[in-house]
Design a protein around this ligand. Structure first.
Ligand code: SAM
Length: 288
Protein backbone atom coordinates (compact mmCIF):
# COMPACT_ATOMS: atom_id res chain seq x y z
CA UNK A 1 0.00 0.00 0.00
CA UNK A 2 1.30 3.49 -0.83
CA UNK A 3 -0.09 6.93 -0.18
CA UNK A 4 0.35 10.46 -1.47
CA UNK A 5 -0.63 14.03 -0.69
CA UNK A 6 -1.07 16.13 -3.82
CA UNK A 7 -3.24 19.10 -4.81
CA UNK A 8 -5.08 18.96 -1.48
CA UNK A 9 -6.01 15.26 -1.72
CA UNK A 10 -4.81 12.45 0.56
CA UNK A 11 -4.77 9.24 -1.48
CA UNK A 12 -4.24 5.68 -0.26
CA UNK A 13 -3.32 3.39 -3.16
CA UNK A 14 -4.05 -0.35 -3.04
CA UNK A 15 -1.53 -1.45 -5.66
CA UNK A 16 -2.46 -5.13 -5.60
CA UNK A 17 -6.09 -4.32 -6.38
CA UNK A 18 -5.48 -1.45 -8.81
CA UNK A 19 -7.64 0.88 -6.74
CA UNK A 20 -7.29 3.95 -4.54
CA UNK A 21 -9.25 6.05 -2.06
CA UNK A 22 -8.93 9.83 -1.69
CA UNK A 23 -10.15 12.45 0.75
CA UNK A 24 -9.88 16.19 0.20
CA UNK A 25 -7.77 17.54 3.02
CA UNK A 26 -7.06 20.97 4.44
CA UNK A 27 -3.66 19.67 5.54
CA UNK A 28 -1.61 17.41 7.79
CA UNK A 29 -2.02 18.66 11.36
CA UNK A 30 0.08 16.19 13.35
CA UNK A 31 2.67 13.54 12.73
CA UNK A 32 4.70 11.18 14.89
CA UNK A 33 6.94 8.18 14.53
CA UNK A 34 6.84 5.52 17.23
CA UNK A 35 9.15 2.54 17.46
CA UNK A 36 6.41 0.53 15.67
CA UNK A 37 4.82 2.77 13.02
CA UNK A 38 4.24 6.27 11.67
CA UNK A 39 1.03 8.03 12.71
CA UNK A 40 -0.32 11.03 10.80
CA UNK A 41 -3.41 13.13 11.44
CA UNK A 42 -5.08 15.09 8.64
CA UNK A 43 -7.84 17.66 8.79
CA UNK A 44 -10.22 16.77 5.94
CA UNK A 45 -12.80 18.92 4.17
CA UNK A 46 -15.79 16.66 4.85
CA UNK A 47 -14.77 13.68 7.02
CA UNK A 48 -13.46 15.55 10.07
CA UNK A 49 -10.08 14.30 11.22
CA UNK A 50 -8.35 11.31 9.69
CA UNK A 51 -5.79 9.06 11.41
CA UNK A 52 -3.36 7.29 9.10
CA UNK A 53 -0.94 4.59 10.32
CA UNK A 54 1.97 3.65 8.04
CA UNK A 55 0.09 5.26 5.14
CA UNK A 56 -3.14 3.28 5.77
CA UNK A 57 -6.38 5.03 6.76
CA UNK A 58 -7.50 3.96 10.25
CA UNK A 59 -10.17 6.24 11.66
CA UNK A 60 -12.10 9.29 10.51
CA UNK A 61 -14.44 11.39 12.63
CA UNK A 62 -17.34 11.00 10.23
CA UNK A 63 -17.60 7.27 9.73
CA UNK A 64 -15.67 5.38 12.44
CA UNK A 65 -18.96 4.49 14.16
CA UNK A 66 -19.75 1.68 11.73
CA UNK A 67 -16.48 -0.16 12.37
CA UNK A 68 -16.40 0.35 16.14
CA UNK A 69 -20.03 -0.64 16.67
CA UNK A 70 -19.82 -3.75 14.50
CA UNK A 71 -16.52 -4.84 16.10
CA UNK A 72 -18.06 -4.66 19.56
CA UNK A 73 -21.84 -5.08 19.70
CA UNK A 74 -22.12 -8.07 17.33
CA UNK A 75 -19.82 -10.17 19.55
CA UNK A 76 -21.20 -8.81 22.83
CA UNK A 77 -24.80 -9.62 21.88
CA UNK A 78 -23.75 -13.01 20.44
CA UNK A 79 -22.30 -13.94 23.85
CA UNK A 80 -24.88 -15.04 26.47
CA UNK A 81 -23.56 -12.75 29.27
CA UNK A 82 -20.20 -11.04 28.61
CA UNK A 83 -18.44 -9.76 31.75
CA UNK A 84 -14.69 -9.82 30.99
CA UNK A 85 -13.58 -8.41 27.65
CA UNK A 86 -10.13 -7.90 26.10
CA UNK A 87 -9.44 -5.65 23.12
CA UNK A 88 -6.19 -6.43 21.34
CA UNK A 89 -5.04 -3.32 19.46
CA UNK A 90 -7.83 -0.74 19.31
CA UNK A 91 -5.54 2.05 20.54
CA UNK A 92 -7.84 4.77 19.21
CA UNK A 93 -10.24 3.67 22.03
CA UNK A 94 -13.39 3.71 19.85
CA UNK A 95 -14.08 0.00 20.38
CA UNK A 96 -13.44 0.42 24.13
CA UNK A 97 -16.06 3.17 24.28
CA UNK A 98 -18.64 0.88 22.64
CA UNK A 99 -17.84 -2.13 24.87
CA UNK A 100 -18.27 0.01 27.99
CA UNK A 101 -21.84 0.86 26.92
CA UNK A 102 -22.78 -2.69 28.03
CA UNK A 103 -23.67 -2.36 31.70
CA UNK A 104 -23.15 -6.11 32.27
CA UNK A 105 -19.48 -5.80 31.33
CA UNK A 106 -17.41 -5.73 34.53
CA UNK A 107 -13.83 -5.35 33.25
CA UNK A 108 -12.26 -4.43 29.91
CA UNK A 109 -8.58 -4.65 29.10
CA UNK A 110 -7.36 -2.78 26.02
CA UNK A 111 -3.87 -3.87 25.01
CA UNK A 112 -2.27 -1.86 22.22
CA UNK A 113 1.39 -2.23 21.40
CA UNK A 114 1.74 1.49 20.68
CA UNK A 115 0.96 4.11 23.34
CA UNK A 116 1.36 6.89 20.79
CA UNK A 117 -1.83 5.79 18.96
CA UNK A 118 -3.83 6.39 22.15
CA UNK A 119 -2.09 9.71 22.88
CA UNK A 120 -2.85 10.91 19.32
CA UNK A 121 -6.46 9.75 19.65
CA UNK A 122 -6.90 11.56 22.99
CA UNK A 123 -5.70 14.74 21.27
CA UNK A 124 -7.56 14.49 17.96
CA UNK A 125 -10.50 12.12 18.61
CA UNK A 126 -11.50 13.00 22.22
CA UNK A 127 -15.01 11.65 21.59
CA UNK A 128 -13.56 8.14 21.10
CA UNK A 129 -11.71 8.45 24.41
CA UNK A 130 -14.60 9.82 26.46
CA UNK A 131 -15.00 6.57 28.45
CA UNK A 132 -11.29 6.01 29.12
CA UNK A 133 -11.72 7.00 32.78
CA UNK A 134 -14.47 4.43 33.36
CA UNK A 135 -13.32 2.38 36.41
CA UNK A 136 -13.94 -0.83 34.42
CA UNK A 137 -11.39 0.19 31.75
CA UNK A 138 -7.79 -1.02 31.94
CA UNK A 139 -5.71 0.64 29.22
CA UNK A 140 -2.42 -1.18 28.78
CA UNK A 141 0.46 -0.81 26.35
CA UNK A 142 2.06 -4.14 25.46
CA UNK A 143 2.23 -6.73 22.72
CA UNK A 144 -1.23 -8.31 22.58
CA UNK A 145 0.22 -11.65 21.47
CA UNK A 146 2.23 -12.03 24.68
CA UNK A 147 -0.56 -10.60 26.84
CA UNK A 148 -3.02 -13.24 25.60
CA UNK A 149 -0.39 -15.97 26.01
CA UNK A 150 0.05 -14.95 29.66
CA UNK A 151 -3.70 -14.76 30.36
CA UNK A 152 -5.20 -16.99 33.01
CA UNK A 153 -7.03 -19.87 31.25
CA UNK A 154 -10.80 -19.40 30.85
CA UNK A 155 -10.67 -15.87 32.27
CA UNK A 156 -12.21 -13.91 29.36
CA UNK A 157 -15.67 -13.93 27.75
CA UNK A 158 -14.93 -11.92 24.61
CA UNK A 159 -11.66 -11.09 22.84
CA UNK A 160 -11.86 -8.36 20.19
CA UNK A 161 -8.87 -8.25 17.82
CA UNK A 162 -9.03 -4.63 16.62
CA UNK A 163 -5.76 -4.73 14.76
CA UNK A 164 -4.02 -3.09 11.86
CA UNK A 165 -3.57 -5.09 8.63
CA UNK A 166 -1.65 -8.40 8.87
CA UNK A 167 1.79 -6.87 8.35
CA UNK A 168 4.37 -5.52 10.82
CA UNK A 169 3.45 -5.83 14.51
CA UNK A 170 -0.06 -7.12 13.67
CA UNK A 171 1.10 -10.07 11.53
CA UNK A 172 1.10 -12.42 14.52
CA UNK A 173 -2.48 -11.42 15.37
CA UNK A 174 -3.64 -13.35 12.26
CA UNK A 175 -1.87 -16.59 13.20
CA UNK A 176 -3.15 -19.95 14.40
CA UNK A 177 -0.83 -19.97 17.48
CA UNK A 178 -2.34 -16.68 18.62
CA UNK A 179 -5.88 -17.98 18.08
CA UNK A 180 -4.98 -21.09 20.14
CA UNK A 181 -3.90 -18.84 22.99
CA UNK A 182 -7.15 -16.86 22.60
CA UNK A 183 -9.21 -20.04 22.92
CA UNK A 184 -7.22 -21.04 26.01
CA UNK A 185 -7.96 -17.63 27.57
CA UNK A 186 -11.68 -17.82 26.73
CA UNK A 187 -14.19 -19.29 29.15
CA UNK A 188 -16.71 -21.81 27.72
CA UNK A 189 -19.05 -20.09 25.20
CA UNK A 190 -16.45 -17.33 24.83
CA UNK A 191 -16.17 -15.47 21.55
CA UNK A 192 -13.18 -14.09 19.69
CA UNK A 193 -13.81 -11.51 16.98
CA UNK A 194 -11.17 -10.48 14.46
CA UNK A 195 -11.28 -7.51 12.09
CA UNK A 196 -11.08 -9.49 8.87
CA UNK A 197 -10.40 -7.05 6.01
CA UNK A 198 -12.38 -6.66 2.78
CA UNK A 199 -15.03 -9.19 1.65
CA UNK A 200 -14.37 -8.20 -1.97
CA UNK A 201 -10.58 -8.32 -1.85
CA UNK A 202 -9.85 -10.91 0.84
CA UNK A 203 -12.60 -13.58 0.94
CA UNK A 204 -10.40 -16.09 -0.89
CA UNK A 205 -7.30 -15.31 1.12
CA UNK A 206 -7.27 -13.64 4.56
CA UNK A 207 -10.92 -14.34 5.49
CA UNK A 208 -10.78 -17.97 4.36
CA UNK A 209 -7.55 -18.48 6.31
CA UNK A 210 -9.09 -16.96 9.47
CA UNK A 211 -11.91 -19.56 9.35
CA UNK A 212 -9.45 -22.43 8.80
CA UNK A 213 -7.15 -21.19 11.58
CA UNK A 214 -10.00 -20.56 14.03
CA UNK A 215 -11.28 -24.12 13.46
CA UNK A 216 -7.76 -25.49 13.97
CA UNK A 217 -7.51 -23.45 17.18
CA UNK A 218 -10.69 -25.00 18.56
CA UNK A 219 -13.63 -22.90 17.33
CA UNK A 220 -16.98 -24.71 17.34
CA UNK A 221 -18.34 -22.23 14.80
CA UNK A 222 -17.17 -19.13 12.95
CA UNK A 223 -18.98 -16.55 10.89
CA UNK A 224 -17.98 -13.45 8.92
CA UNK A 225 -20.11 -10.31 9.20
CA UNK A 226 -19.65 -7.79 6.34
CA UNK A 227 -20.35 -4.09 6.80
CA UNK A 228 -19.71 -0.89 4.84
CA UNK A 229 -16.51 1.01 5.59
CA UNK A 230 -15.95 3.83 3.15
CA UNK A 231 -12.36 4.73 4.07
CA UNK A 232 -10.95 1.18 3.90
CA UNK A 233 -9.89 -0.64 0.70
CA UNK A 234 -12.97 -1.43 -1.46
CA UNK A 235 -15.25 0.52 0.92
CA UNK A 236 -16.43 -2.77 2.39
CA UNK A 237 -15.06 -4.46 5.50
CA UNK A 238 -15.81 -7.35 7.83
CA UNK A 239 -15.34 -8.91 11.22
CA UNK A 240 -15.16 -12.66 11.82
CA UNK A 241 -16.55 -14.23 14.99
CA UNK A 242 -15.45 -17.60 16.35
CA UNK A 243 -16.98 -19.32 19.36
CA UNK A 244 -15.70 -21.72 22.00
CA UNK A 245 -18.59 -24.15 22.14
CA UNK A 246 -21.38 -21.82 21.01
CA UNK A 247 -22.95 -20.64 17.79
CA UNK A 248 -21.80 -17.40 16.12
CA UNK A 249 -24.99 -16.97 14.07
CA UNK A 250 -27.39 -16.60 17.00
CA UNK A 251 -27.57 -13.61 19.33
CA UNK A 252 -29.58 -12.15 22.21
CA UNK A 253 -32.05 -10.56 19.83
CA UNK A 254 -34.45 -9.31 22.53
CA UNK A 255 -31.63 -7.73 24.57
CA UNK A 256 -30.23 -6.19 21.40
CA UNK A 257 -33.65 -4.79 20.40
CA UNK A 258 -34.09 -3.35 23.92
CA UNK A 259 -30.52 -1.99 24.26
CA UNK A 260 -30.35 0.92 26.66
CA UNK A 261 -27.62 2.87 24.83
CA UNK A 262 -27.43 4.96 21.70
CA UNK A 263 -25.72 3.70 18.56
CA UNK A 264 -25.47 5.16 15.06
CA UNK A 265 -25.37 1.96 12.98
CA UNK A 266 -25.85 -1.15 15.10
CA UNK A 267 -29.29 -2.42 16.03
CA UNK A 268 -30.94 -5.84 16.17
CA UNK A 269 -32.04 -5.64 12.51
CA UNK A 270 -28.55 -4.66 11.32
CA UNK A 271 -27.11 -7.53 13.37
CA UNK A 272 -29.51 -10.03 11.78
CA UNK A 273 -28.89 -8.56 8.32
CA UNK A 274 -25.12 -8.71 8.87
CA UNK A 275 -25.33 -12.48 9.31
CA UNK A 276 -26.38 -12.89 5.65
CA UNK A 277 -23.51 -14.00 3.42
CA UNK A 278 -23.34 -13.12 -0.31
CA UNK A 279 -23.02 -15.99 -2.78
CA UNK A 280 -19.42 -15.29 -3.83
CA UNK A 281 -18.34 -15.32 -0.18
CA UNK A 282 -20.26 -18.53 0.52
CA UNK A 283 -18.34 -20.17 -2.33
CA UNK A 284 -15.00 -18.72 -1.23
CA UNK A 285 -15.55 -19.88 2.34
CA UNK A 286 -16.76 -23.34 1.35
CA UNK A 287 -20.30 -22.72 2.61
CA UNK A 288 -22.01 -23.40 -0.74
N1 SAM B 1 -9.73 0.12 12.64
C1 SAM B 1 -8.41 -0.13 12.22
C2 SAM B 1 -8.28 -0.90 10.94
O1 SAM B 1 -8.94 -1.95 10.76
O2 SAM B 1 -7.52 -0.48 10.09
C3 SAM B 1 -7.58 -0.61 13.32
C4 SAM B 1 -7.46 0.45 14.35
S1 SAM B 1 -6.41 0.28 15.70
C5 SAM B 1 -5.69 1.88 15.55
C6 SAM B 1 -5.17 -0.90 15.30
C7 SAM B 1 -4.12 -0.99 16.41
O3 SAM B 1 -3.50 -2.27 16.42
C8 SAM B 1 -2.96 0.02 16.26
O4 SAM B 1 -3.09 1.02 17.22
C9 SAM B 1 -1.69 -0.85 16.48
O5 SAM B 1 -0.74 -0.21 17.31
C10 SAM B 1 -2.28 -2.10 17.13
N2 SAM B 1 -1.44 -3.30 17.06
C11 SAM B 1 -0.79 -3.80 15.98
N3 SAM B 1 -0.13 -4.91 16.33
C12 SAM B 1 -0.36 -5.12 17.66
C13 SAM B 1 0.04 -6.11 18.59
N4 SAM B 1 0.86 -7.12 18.24
N5 SAM B 1 -0.41 -6.01 19.87
C14 SAM B 1 -1.22 -5.00 20.26
N6 SAM B 1 -1.63 -4.03 19.41
C15 SAM B 1 -1.22 -4.09 18.12
Amino acid sequence: MTHSLADGWFTEVFDQQGSAFSLKVKGKIDSAQSEFQSIDIYDTETFGKLMVIDGCTMVSTRENFVYHEMMSHVALFAHPAPKKVAIIGGGDCGTLREVLKHTGVEQVWQIDIDELVTRMSEKHFPELCESNDDPRANILFADGIQWIKDCEPESLDVIIIDSTDPVGPAEGLFAVDFYQDCFKALAPLGIVVQQSESPLYHSNSIIKKIHVDMAAAGASSSHTVPFPQVIYPSGWWSCTLASKGGDTTSFRIEDSAAKSFRTEYYNAEMHAAGLAIPEFMRRALGMA
